[in-house]
Write a protein that binds this ligand. Structure first.
Ligand SMILES: NC(=O)c1ccc[n+]([C@@H]2O[C@H](COP(=O)([O-])OP(=O)(O)OC[C@H]3O[C@@H](n4cnc5c(N)ncnc54)[C@H](OP(=O)(O)O)[C@@H]3O)[C@@H](O)[C@H]2O)c1
Length: 273
């Protein structure tokens, strides 16, 4: 099993398959993250707001730091220059690491000027505390503004993407701008099992609805970060690398009419629905 890397604008490489860690806490969380690493995942996605940096650090402790791609995120309230720097320094202590591979603005701030936040992110890169920077939940318009003002390359935009929410224009814009697109909720938190189209293609290919959904995202050149507490699911979600969908199957998934957005943030209403 070989997980492909995505070449980032920063010059670093990011494994196209990662493991999401939202709500993975305590012993159960450590067990799930440890199982993922044991099965071959080498990219972990966490965030300050998930309050599980200790669990992630614990699971990573038996591995060479250089072998793991680690993403964390700073929350929208901490995007002022000094707050952002202090949050990153605290996150590094919590994660027991010298650097983050990727640090993302978790949600845009409606009030703090972007210039200030990207200036702070550039300082973190300059100090070697962060290798690549990115954003999350940025619309195309906001990303275009960010690209114009950031002193360092923006390498990643992590957004909700799955067969029930194919944001084709946003993905195309990211990729044309050398911003890798990461799909969060790649399984629509299980709702892909309710889709007749995905169910039919699962029957045709002999794979599960989860695998068909993940394979479709990989086919689009998107990075995936499925989360699971279940060892069988964690393994299943990695078995998406050595087979592909036909062009006709991809087109059928592209045409799914549902537009189901699962994640919204109070106070942020830029999504075009
Ligand atoms: N940037 C952001 O604002 C943002 C927002 C949301 C999420 N994220 C990130 O994206 C990651 C993934 O998103 P998510 O955790 O919300 O949702 P998800 O990965 O789409 O779905 C997780 C759910 O799917 C189930 N599942 C996993 N594999 C399965 C399989 N093979 N078959 C059937 N069910 C399966 C899991 O249950 P079991 O445990 O029972 O397998 C869990 O309930 C998060 O963990 C987080 O790291 C980022």
């Amino acid at each position: 099993m070989h997980i492909p890397n995505i070449e980032l604008a920063s010059g670093h490489q990011m494994p196209q398959v990662g493991f999401g860690t939202w709500r993975l806490w305590g012993g159960e969380g450590i067990a799930a993250i440890s199982a993922a690493l044991a099965m071959g995942y080498r990219h972990l996605d966490t965030a300050d707001v998930y309050e599980n940096h200790a669990e992630v650090a614990n699971a990573m402790s038996g591995y060479d730091r250089a072998d793991i791609f680690l993403t964390s995120k700073v929350r929208a309230d901490d995007l002022k220059h000094e707050d952002l720097i202090a949050t990153c320094e605290r996150n590094l202590t919590e994660l027991r690491t010298e650097y983050l591979d990727m640090y993302l603005i978790h949600w845009p701030s409606p009030t703090i000027p972007m210039e200030e936040s990207f200036g702070a992110l550039a300082e973190l890169v300059e100090r070697g505390l962060v290798r690549s920077i990115g954003v999350s939940n940025f619309t195309q318009a906001r990303l275009a503004t960010a690209l114009a003002i950031s002193p360092v390359s923006i390498s990643n935009n992590q957004v909700e993407l799955h067969p029930l929410l194919y944001q084709r224009e946003l993905v195309d814009f990211c990729q044309a701008s050398e911003v890798a697109a990461t799909a969060y909720c790649p399984l629509a938190r299980g709702a892909v099992y309710d889709s007749d189209v995905i169910g039919q293609i699962a029957d045709e290919t002999g794979h599960t609805c989860a695998q068909v959904s993940l394979r479709w995202l990989l086919h689009k050149g998107v990075i995936i970060i499925p989360r699971s507490r279940d060892a069988g699911h964690i393994e299943e979600n990695l078995d998406v690398l050595d087979w592909d969908l036909s062009a006709e199957q991809v087109a059928r998934i592209d045409a799914i009419p549902e537009h189901t957005r699962l994640v919204r943030n109070a106070g942020y209403d830029e999504f075009e629905d």
